[in-house]
Design a protein around this ligand. Structure first.
Ligand code: APR
Length: 238
């Protein structure tokens, strides 16, 4: 295979695990401690907004104390290297943390939203949010109270940037999936989209994901080892 210039990378919670951010479905994961129906659905928010705000406030408060790891930095290096080659890295992440940004990547599509943003149900504005949210929060744009929610895509809601992700896969020479269990759609369907387009697909994960059989290549191990190794191979290819 000649050196790819256009790569789409899908990331999941596994890339942030070694930074100390809990994954969702591992034994000690978030969904072992919380019922996703109560804290990550529109129905749960309508039933108990205070519980949902506290769930996201706790995760938002913890964010400054965790740092990007070698896998996040390696993807930023990949983005720079591909750009120098006249290509591009499109980083589609399911993660709502800001570790890809803090690791130096820039072309990032947060398909499940962002913990450090809030949205207003009254005026639909999306604003930066680094502090706690509550039912008393006032929208900084329309000044109304009671309509603020985390800018996070909940189960049953439409993920963001789907068209941009599909376009990027269409133009890619390689699709790589990193640190995701492949259990939540539409992200878990990206590999099938790539294959249908004849785009080679690779999995970099701690262990085989639910759709491991769909990948033409795979490397298994901790992201901080496997991702930098793979990026180095890509960037030293002629
Ligand atoms: N290095 C690489 N992979 C890892 C590591 C690690 N250190 N630790 C865990 N993993 C892998 C696990 O083996 C698993 O396959 O990361 C994956 C994490 O899977 P999930 O916990 O299901 O997280 P994710 O795939 O991102 O979940 C997708 O589900 O709940 C929703 O919105 C939430 O975005 C999330 C979506």
């Amino acid at each position: 295979m000649s050196a790819p210039k256009n790569i789409v990378a899908l990331t999941g919670a596994g890339i942030s695990a070694e930074s100390g951010v809990a994954t969702f479905r591992d034994a000690d994961g978030v969904w072992a401690k919380y019922d996703y129906r109560e804290v990550a659905t529109p129905e749960g928010f309508a039933a108990n907004p205070a519980l949902v705000h506290e769930f996201y406030n706790a995760r938002r408060r913890a964010l400054p104390s965790v740092n990007p790891n070698a896998a996040h930095m390696a993807l930023a290096d990949l983005e720079k290297g591909l750009t120098e080659r006249g290509g591009r890295l499109t980083l589609v992440t399911q993660n709502v943390d800001d570790l890809h940004e803090r690791g130096g990547a820039t072309n990032i599509l947060h398909m499940h939203g962002e913990l450090l943003k809030a949205e207003c149900a009254s005026c639909a504005s999306v604003i930066d949010c680094r502090g706690d949210l509550s039912i008393e929060s006032v929208c900084g744009v329309c000044n109304r109270t009671g309509g603020m929610r985390p800018h996070v895509v909940w189960f049953g809601e439409m993920p963001r940037f789907m068209e941009e992700a599909a376009d990027a896969i269409m133009g890619a020479e390689l699709f790589v999936s990193i640190g995701t269990s492949g259990s939540v759609y539409p992200a878990a369907g990206f590999v099938a989209e790539a294959r249908a387009l004849g785009v080679p697909a690779m999995e970099l994960n701690l262990e085989p994901s639910e759709n491991a059989h769909l990948f033409s290549d795979a490397r298994y191990g901790p992201a901080t080892e496997v991702v930098p190794q793979w990026v180095n191979e890509i960037l030293t290819m002629k």
